[in-house]
Ligand binder design. Sequence first.
Ligand code: BGC
Length: 752
Amino acid sequence: MGISPHSLIRRLSFLLAALLLTALSSAEEEIENQVSSLLRRMTLEEKAGQMTQLTLGAVSSSEASSENPEAHEFDTDKLRHALINKHVGSILNVHNVAFSIKQWNELLSEIQTVATKETRLKIPILYGIDSVHGANYVREGTLFPHNLGLAATRNRLLVERCHAVTALETRSAGIPWNFGPSLDIGRQPLWSRYVETFGEDVYITRVMAEAAIRGLQGSSLSSPKSVAATAKHFLAYSLPASGHDRTQTLLPEHDLREYFLPPFTTAIEQGVQAIMVNSGEVNGIPVHASHEMLSKLLREELKFDGVIVSDWEDVKKLHNLHRVAPDLKEAVRIAVHAGIDMCMAPYDFHFSNNLIKLVEEGILPESRLDESVRRILRMKFSLGLFDNPVLPASTAGEIGSEEAHETSLQAARESLVLLKNEGVLPLERKGQILLTGPGCRSLAALHGSWSYTWQGTDEAAYPEGLETILQSFNNGHGRENVLWARGAQWDGSTDFDYAMNKARNADVVVCVLAEKPSTETPGNIPDLSMPDNQLRLVRRLATGKPLILIVLGNRPRLITEIAGHCHAIIYAGHPGPHGGKALYELLTGQFNPSGRLPFTYPRHPNSLLTYDHKHSDSVGPDKETPGFNPLYEFGHGLSYTSFTFSDLKLNSSTLTKEDDIILSVKVTNTGSRRGKETVEVFTRDLFASITPSVKRLRAFRQVELEAGEAKNVTLKIPVKELAYHGLENAPVIEPGEFDVMVGKLTERIRVK
Ligand code: BGC
């Protein structure tokens, strides 16, 4: 009997997959052999050095600056001392300001020449950088919206593409290791790194983690288009009780595992190469000191075998900040015992010096160092650094291409969330527009932190040719039709009268409020409200003329008292270099907005609940005053068309834990223009031993429809995804009923 073409294809693909697996495992085996043979030849000092990471500034003499970006020079004595005498394995960071691609290549060549020619074992340096939203420390790099904006797109393929560009552009600079993506969950809106998160939801963060890591690491780490990714910051960094960066998180283990752990589990499944540790403390234990978290949970339970890297100076801080170690030697012992492989020292040799002592004194076994060094060397081999220490064999080198910028523009468009529209948008492309507010003439407000400098506020460091919102409006609307008045500034000052005079001649007022970009400690705030001078500006502008509010910033600053005065509101976060153009296009209807809030926009400063809160949180003092009453709900986002959901159908109303829920829903575009809708499926566990959330997002899918068009959208949710972290400290699905909800439609299932 002959073989059908179908089964022939199947057999061939099995064969191919088997061949690929064999090739992969033999490549892995070869790497293991190379690592073992190198490790056997290493001295104790060389091992301790491999585990040390210094910042570029520690081996430099003159600093680059925005005025003089070419000024960077190595202190060759310091560089050679660090690499040759101290055997340092890794360097990170920029020295003050983003370098050009040419500078990066020269800098990396200089470092790698010393490492691979002058050191005894010729081990290349592993260079790491924060490419947080694009290759933001490469002057020619393409920047994208921050993660919060990417989450608002709900577009996983687009998020993967943005990260693939980031990988290619970072690697083209010669840098093979990225400290991202941030997988901290944004459940504390005061936190200064909120915009670096994918928002408050666990499922969205998991989906975006997968997309980001796939984009960064590609199919082969040694490719010129890939970098090693780092999931950060393990664990529960983003929920400081004070709202301030690097302060204590208080969290029951159940919540830690239910909300904060899953994105890291996903990252590990996706093959993430490194994990960076939370600089703060959880329930009184600094995470850098936590054997429980780093060794028991991350290594033993989650089986992570990549590199655990400390955050900035955090081993030292076990002594001088957290005070769990009376001296630095004890701090090093605690951190290494806890499980770190590499210490971002980053200025000196306290780590390796003490590590050597600890082994010599028999306090730490040398075999513990071997484990860490093995992981670090494995990463260096996998990245192909021994063959090509600076650039992979064929460097792609296409930085800042038109295609990359088109991807960034697309991401900016899809990241914008139209929160309110009382019939004023889209605007006609004529008439006079007044632009006012601190965000409209600021590149920093569009880009946010981690843009050419750490805080992103030094605009002299930005490359030429970027457009502010004002410039984009001038280009799109004609300079003669755009009026401009600053109105209010970041230093608290105001110029309301000038703005009001201009407003008299305008047909429409567009007010761009923005908090000053920030990250980490410099971004700590005591109050979530939008700064008072900015709120007052909007109140003054509320004269009855169409008033459109654009909100830029790091986190959802409160706008409750002015929202009612505005006819339209757009949440833009930090949309990146093409934010201005995208905003003008949105306002004038050149595309149809589809962004959805990845967080709950709070109404009041002390009501910071997430959408997946408990039922008891929903109870208000009386019927008229609900307990949960945000300004805008998670998932909210308007379009210039309208959609309805109908015919919600499930494959079965009774399912076992091994089944899948297959759900279909009809989506109809009931408006008059083409648009994209995101179908979001929530479930509600009706009764559970640990109080269930009111709802949890379990799946989403986007569908694009012409006016009047309808489509059935099908989604699959494995029943096991409905599990929660139960009383026995393990995921559990208790038999019972669940509601499955899309929009206002609900179907009930029973899980046996
Ligand atoms: C941040 C990390 C970052 C590291 C290196 C730290 O201050 O917390 O997210 O990767 O610096 O720049």
